[in-house]
Design a protein around this ligand. Structure first.
Ligand code: NAP
Length: 290
């Protein structure tokens, strides 16, 4: 986790105000996770869900300053658009072209991307310690996909194939980062051969996310037996893709680990202290049992 000096923390009032902006936002587990973390750290504060429509994003970002928020997370569909309204973009987030964490330092807003690093850490810890030389297929080319693909290129994979409903986004992304890794972009219709030869299949689309929990991002018969299958979705914890893949003898990896790790990196930017990762994970798991 990134180390930040306590002296860098600047709060505009006693309590630390944090939140997450998205549309929709009703099913987010971020408030449960971060409020548990604040409590565990003994930091007075609150993390709230903020339902922000795309047309209200610019005003919502200005409101961070007006209301004295220390920072916010941003999620679907704001991760790219929000970059237009910030003072600084961290170098990693600029390369990714998406921001999921904003820090308010005395009225100066800086955007970071903790998705990619959080995801790769979780993938390596939970199912695949060595990514070097692996044939990786990524379904989706949105904000989260860019974050994780960028982080994956640092692991020296053999090949990264990007598949997207809007094929041009996958093809352009593969071209943009062709110097970082051996990359190719595909339309969904062309993707069967790429998926068939995957060592690791990663779903970064929202297909299968609550409430559409029966949906699959690729046909069941495309998933090879015995590979690693990973889904960024964490609600539900086991998506239909992961159920299908487990039945085929695949090692499965859900989005909870990424969710906790991206949140932990974000919390460290806001507070300057190490995040209580185990408590954060437990709070999210408990919330699924309610
Ligand atoms: P995004 O920027 O809106 O991108 C969405 C992606 O999904 C795009 O590639 C889009 O394709 C594709 N897609 C959406 N609906 C589709 C459909 N019906 N059929 C095929 N493709 C479809 O969203 P994001 O921020 O990247 O998030 C994507 C997913 O990752 C969400 O499920 C989110 O919950 C999850 N996520 C998880 C974590 C975590 O911590 N575990 C963190 C971030 C995101 P087009 O380009 O064609 O529209």
């Amino acid at each position: 986790m990134k180390s930040i000096q306590q002296s860098e923390v600047r709060m505009t009032s006693g309590a630390m105000l944090l939140g997450v902006m998205g549309d929709p936002i009703i099913h987010t587990k971020s408030p449960i996770m971060h409020n548990a973390a604040l409590k565990s750290l003994g930091i007075e504060g609150n993390y709230v869900p903020l339902h922000i429509k795309p047309e209200g994003l610019e005003k919502a970002i200005q409101a961070i300053l007006t209301l004295g928020f220390r920072g916010v997370n941003v999620t679907i569909p704001h991760k790219v658009e929000v970059m237009n309204y910030l003072d600084h973009i961290d170098e990693g987030a600029a390369k990714v072209g998406a921001v999921n964490t904003i820090v308010n330092n005395n009225g100066v807003l800086t955007g970071y991307n903790t998705d990619g690093i959080g995801y790769v850490r979780s993938l390596k810890e939970e199912v695949c310690p060595e990514l070097r030389g692996k044939n990786i297929v990524v379904l989706g080319a949105g904000g989260a996909a860019r974050g994780i693909i960028h982080a994956l290129t640092a692991e020296q994979p053999g090949q990264i194939s990007v598949v997207n409903r809007t094929a041009s986004k996958a093809i352009e992304l593969a071209q943009e980062w062709s110097s970082l890794a051996n990359m190719q972009g595909f339309s969904q219709a062309e993707a069967q051969a790429a998926v068939h030869s995957a060592d690791i299949l990663i779903n970064t689309t929202s297909v299968g996310m609550h409430p559409n929990i029966g949906q699959l991002p690729v046909p069941e018969e495309w998933v090879p037996e015995g590979i690693v299958v990973s889904d960024l979705i964490y609600n539900p914890l086991m998506t239909e893709l992961l159920h299908v893949s487990a039945r085929k003898g695949c090692s499965t990896h859900g989005g909870l680990g990424m969710f906790v790790n991206q949140g932990a990196y974000a919390l460290e930017y806001w507070t300057g202290v190490a995040a209580p990762v185990a408590e954060m994970r437990e709070a999210v798991l408990q919330s699924f049992k309610l």
